[in-house]
Design a protein around this ligand. Structure first.
Ligand SMILES: Nc1nc2c(ncn2[C@@H]2O[C@H](COP(=O)(O)OP(=O)(O)OP(=O)(O)O)[C@@H](O)[C@H]2O)c(=O)[nH]1
Length: 422
């Protein structure tokens, strides 16, 4: 096979790889954010310009040196800027006007310098040096941008960042060797360039895809665990994540309390004011709960008007104080609807988690305490297995016969002193 045929074949194969890569990006889920959605376009343009730069690089073997240098420098620099733009758009950022002008100026300077060098000297060293610096600059800028914007907990972002750092290192160390020291026959050099470009395309596209897919997984996880009405965590979160949180707290020797609460007579709000106002009341209620959370606490809407809180690093004494404060806070913050004020109260079931407790089983006991609070007249707190009942006026009564029997969890501690003193 002749050299020209071989070159043509390599350009064609790289064209097919470019086309497949470009099609592949269309299969990626497009984010709704305008700038983020356009990152796929810039990734495709990166592939296209890299392919074109390979095409132009091969013109040197058929005596079209000026076109080769002008085309290669232009397309390789544009490909490097496409990497920068892909990163910028991945994080939803627009390209500032000044940067746009600087990029245009940079490209115009490169083309002018390339042309001048060709005109005055046969020496290609300057042209190659120019190419190396021109491609290096945008990749370094992309790596720095990535460092500033990336989510350090996202594996996808980390992969893309390390790929960019790898590209910078490869350009700095390998670029001069390849451009100035490698003395091989034309068809061999073209084949090496072909290999380098294919690797650059595959690695960059893989990094881009991993980064996009991983942020999609994070987004989906957020949605799966989020209650759309109140923006609290939902029951899925309780099933999937709560056991891990409790186990971690136990490992750090922290006590954990579970507080379930339920709005009293919520049905009558729906019946009297309608479902939309009922929804408003749920949002209002969840905000009241959220406003009383401490860092590390977890608030979950278990369904309907029932919420669950995991109070971390909090013993039963402190939890009963906090539940009482919460109860009073809810009762003192009616929901304003038109000219009306809908007063809300809630009933609470409280439980300190024994070491090694299964949260899925223990929630049944917290629910029993909650039902007890409802049966006792609502707007009160019952601690499961504790011989006291918290009444609406904050006085503590000894457990009546209707209170939950001190049983499996009496070892959790004595009646909270503060509650008894009140
Ligand atoms: N507006 C609205 N209502 C809901 C939602 N989820 C559940 N509900 C209603 O919440 C009401 C719950 O009623 P019940 O379980 O009888 O409880 P309650 O009226 O609060 O009475 P107690 O809990 O015994 O004090 C039902 O009417 C449900 O339709 C929701 O997302 N929005």
């Amino acid at each position: 096979m002749q050299t020209s045929e071989l070159l043509f074949l390599q350009i064609a194969v790289l064209g097919v790889i470019t086309a497949v890569g470009m099609l592949f990006t269309y299969a990626l889920p497009a984010p709704s954010h305008k700038h983020k959605a356009s990152s796929g376009l810039y990734a495709r343009l990166f592939l296209l310009f890299l392919w074109l730069s390979y095409g132009f690089s091969n013109l040197q073997y058929i005596d079209m040196a000026l076109l080769h240098s002008l085309g290669q420098n232009l397309c390789a620099t544009l490909a490097a800027y496409m990497v920068y733009l892909t990163v910028l758009k991945r994080f939803g950022q627009a390209l500032p006007k000044t940067q746009r002008l600087l990029i245009l100026l940079h490209i115009a300077c490169i083309e002018a310098l390339t042309w001048v060098m060709h005109y005055y000297t046969e020496n290609m060293v300057f042209c190659r040096l120019l190419l190396l610096l021109s491609t290096l600059m945008p990749i370094v800028a992309a790596a720095l941008k990535m460092l500033m914007l990336m989510n350090s907990r996202s594996i996808g972002d980390k992969v893309l960042f390390y790929i960019l750092v790898g590209a910078v290192v490869a350009l700095v160390l390998g670029g001069p060797v390849y451009m100035f020291a490698l003395q091989v026959a034309a068809d061999h050099q073209s084949f090496i360039t072909f290999g380098i470009i294919v690797i650059a395309m595959i690695v960059f596209m893989l990094g881009f895809v991993v980064s996009v897919m991983h942020s999609l997984v994070i987004r989906l996880k957020k949605q799966i665990y989020r209650d759309p009405l109140t923006a609290c965590k939902n029951r899925n979160y309780f099933y999937d994540v709560a056991p891990t949180i409790v186990r971690k707290a136990e490992l750090h020797c922290q006590s954990v309390c579970m507080l379930v609460c339920d709005i009293d007579h919520f049905k009558s709000i729906n019946d009297k004011y309608g479902h939309l106002t009922g929804d408003k009341a749920l949002r209002h209620f969840s905000q009241l709960l959220r406003s009383q959370l401490y860092p590390g606490d977890i608030l979950i809407r278990m369904g309907g008007e029932e919420f669950l809180m995991l109070l971390l690093d909090c013993d039963l004494n402190r939890a009963s104080e906090r539940a009482e404060m919460l109860r009073q806070h809810i009762a003192s913050q009616p929901l304003a609807v038109n000219d009306d004020a809908i007063s809300l109260t809630a009933s609470f079931g409280l439980l300190a988690l024994p070491a090694g407790a299964d949260v899925f089983e223990i929630i049944g006991e917290a629910d029993q305490a909650l039902y007890q609070a409802k049966n006792n007249g609502r707007n009160q707190i019952i601690a499961y297995g504790q011989p006291f009942i918290q009444t609406p006026d904050s006085t503590t009564l000894p457990a009546s016969s209707s209170a939950p029997a001190p049983g499996r969890h009496t070892e959790l501690g004595a009646v909270p002193a503060t509650a008894q003193e009140k």
